[in-house]
Design a protein around this ligand. Structure first.
Ligand SMILES: Cc1ncc(COP(=O)(O)O)c(C=O)c1O
Length: 227
């Protein structure tokens, strides 16, 4: 049977009349537009240059290693199959490097992917998430998409102000994003500064359940042991 648009059972005039602002995730609408840097090719074409080196972004001007290229070529025979969705082999291989169990390692599509997964796993609507005012923008993005409430903490001379973060920890604080070294300021928090910060942070911020230990990157976990 053929339906005309308006008598299709799934057709609702309510949806059809909505504009994109009404349809979209309200958190996503608050995200600032990400403006990517120009590619090396674009710059060379625009400025009529031939030999440029791109200094921004995590790109390697020296190309990928030969080993990585060989591994990619070897994997071509398997690209018609889904990879193991839990990245089991990779997690097992990484186990030796950081002396953690495979269940304590999460794998994502780049570190952006890990940050998005983390946000989806823990941020609820209304949760407060502490984010330094000048830092990597993805922290704010995932917080807003999950309808969390970003609380922006102060910078001190372009450094993350850990004391201001401590001041803002409250009942509703679900997560704190600390980028180290910080992008885009390039500033580094020392081990001693992080250790002092962890000592000041209420224990409730560090649930000890095995399921959530995955939040903490290995170096931070090691610092917690010293705490
Ligand atoms: C602090 C930070 N986190 C995550 C990323 C994203 O990295 P990836 O390419 O691994 O997704 C970047 C990229 O610049 C970054 O600076």
């Amino acid at each position: 049977m053929k339906y005309s648009k308006s008598c299709h059972p799934l057709y609702s005039k309510k949806w059809a009349d909505m504009n994109i602002e009404q349809l979209a995730n309200s958190g996503a609408l608050q995200i600032k537009l990400y403006v990517p840097g120009k590619s090396k090719k674009e710059v060379e074409r625009e400025l009529k240059l031939t030999e440029t080196v791109k200094m921004a972004s995590n790109e390697n001007p020296f190309s990928a290693s030969e080993q990585a290229k060989e591994a990619i070529i070897a994997a071509l025979d398997e690209i018609h199959m889904y990879p193991n969705p839990t990245s089991l082999e990779l997690r097992e291989a990484l186990t030796g490097i950081q002396a953690v169990s495979k269940d304590e390692i999460t794998v994502g599509n780049g570190s952006d992917g890990v940050i998005y997964n983390l946000g989806m796993a823990v941020i609820n609507q209304g949760d407060e998430v502490l984010i330094p005012k000048i830092t990597f923008p993805v922290y704010e993005t995932i917080t807003r998409v999950m309808r969390g409430r970003p609380i922006f903490t102060r910078m001190r001379d372009l450094r993350i102000d850990l004391e201001d973060i401590i001041r803002h920890i409250g009942e509703k604080t679900k997560a704190i994003f600390l980028c180290n070294p910080n992008n885009p300021t390039g500033d580094i928090l020392s081990k001693d500064e992080i250790l002092a910060f962890l000592k000041e942070t209420p224990p409730s911020m560090f649930p000890s359940s095995r399921r959530v230990r995955v939040w903490l990157p290995c170096p931070i976990r090691n610092l917690l042991r010293e705490r």
